[in-house]
Ligand binder design. Structure first.
Ligand code: GLP
Length: 242
């Protein structure tokens, strides 16, 4: 796992946008996955700009969701799907709705929902580029501490830290107990895995990740097993304890 610290956050954003642009030029039918938290929002904004300026053509790309809170979906402010839609999908030029596959956290049969997502990925063999944020407990998507490395899409019980942090996404308190997420197997199998962390509040978790052997107690450390496929991009705040 290579680590890069950027002096300016916009340089970090620029690097990721450049990588995605190069990938799509090489493979116009690339399958992309972008996390729905706060961290990737500046990247989404720049990707939208590039799409609007005809610098990146997303019209033949595919998109798969990373995760969602069980019990809510696109119509709820703060859901992962609505975040992606507001900041990204709805603003891209020429994207085909059929090319977007996102978890419906309100599905009654969540097993089938997982299967639908698995099939969408399997049809394209792998995710070509996955942009991940890192949770305050080291989670990736909703692969919480203790997550199994062999799993594909699945439903999990939210960790206590995730429940403490989740208020920042919603205007009112929601009684959410579970998440639905791509599994670590699918994440590790991606062509390019980018872990992005910005801000001082992530600094102690970043130091923990860098100083730890791979363990599923800190899911982000497992990305060290993906060798050169994985890159950790940090701003100065997130890197301050290294
Ligand atoms: C959230 C989401 C993830 C996200 C991570 C970090 O709970 N489930 O998709 O990447 O935690 O979120 P943020 O970028 O808001 O810090």
């Amino acid at each position: 796992m290579e680590k890069y610290v950027f002096i300016q956050t916009n340089e970090l954003v620029h690097q990721i946008v450049k990588e995605i642009k190069e990938l799509i030029e090489k493979k116009p039918t690339a399958l992309l996955c972008i996390a729905g938290g706060d961290t990737p929002k500046p990247v989404m904004e720049k990707l939208v700009e590039a799409s609007q300026n005809d610098e990146i053509d997303f019209s033949t790309c595919y998109f798969v969701g990373l995760d969602e809170w069980v019990g809510i979906s696109k119509e709820t402010d703060g859901s992962c799907y609505q975040t992606l839609d507001d900041y990204f999908f709805s603003k891209l030029k020429g994207v085909k709705p059929a090319n977007i596959c996102f978890f419906n956290g309100k599905a009654t049969a969540l097993d089938q929902e997982c299967e639908r997502i698995n099939q969408f990925i399997n049809k394209r063999q792998q995710i070509d580029y996955i942009l991940l944020g890192i949770g305050m407990n080291g989670h990736l998507g909703f692969n919480e501490p203790g997550a199994e490395i062999t799993k594909e899409a699945h439903v999990i019980e939210l960790d206590m830290t995730t429940k403490q942090v989740m208020g920042k996404y919603f205007k009112t308190a929601l009684p959410l107990e579970h998440g639905i997420t791509l599994g670590l197997k699918q994440i590790l199998n991606s062509g390019k895995i980018v872990l992005m962390a910005t801000g001082e509040h992530k600094a102690s978790m970043i130091a923990k990740i860098m100083n730890s052997e791979p363990t599923n107690q800190i899911p982000a450390t497992l990305m060290k097993m993906a060798g050169s496929a994985v890159t950790l991009y940090l701003d100065q705040g997130a890197a301050q304890n290294l």
